[in-house]
Design a protein around this ligand. Structure first.
Ligand SMILES: [Cu+2]
Length: 143
């Protein structure tokens, strides 16, 4: 009984240390972000966009008719000069949104000259937005 209590106490102490070491606990650690370009970068077209995800799995949408979603899994979407969509919204299959239903995280994209916002938004297998999984940067596209 006493040994069990000690083991439990040590385990709890180790868990606390692990949490301190990892900095953030889920779901706050779950996020998507631009690997490139950097926020505020000056770029020329075609612009290489590369997306990253932490504590979340990116995968292709299954082939055929999809009727359900898989937990903690989705794919990237990017838009130019658009806002993050509210949680649970179906991401339009039209401009300015581009779906990466093949699970890819990179594209060379033509962008018009000028200052633009780039919005990265993850959607589930039904292309619906997931809470907290959106990120925005701005770039200055020169000719
Ligand atoms: Cu999609």
């Amino acid at each position: 009984m006493r040994t069990a209590t000690i083991v439990r106490t040590v385990t709890l102490a180790l868990s606390a240390l692990t949490c301190v070491a990892c900095g953030q606990s889920e779901p706050q650690g779950r996020r998507v972000f631009f690997i490139q370009p950097a926020d505020g970068a000056t770029v020329t077209s075609p612009v290489r966009l590369e997306f990253g995800a932490a504590d979340f799995r990116i995968a292709a949408v299954p082939a055929g008719t999809v009727t359900d979603t898989r937990p903690d899994l989705g794919h990237h979407h990017v838009a130019i000069d658009a806002d993050c969509l509210p949680t649970g919204t179906a991401i339009p299959r039209a401009a300015p949104w581009v779906h990466f239903g093949d699970g890819k995280n990179i594209i060379d994209m033509q962008l018009p000259p000028g200052r633009h916002r780039l919005t990265l938004q993850v959607g589930d297998d039904l292309h619906r937005t997931i809470e907290g999984l959106c990120s925005m940067i701005s770039v200055n596209v020169t000719e």
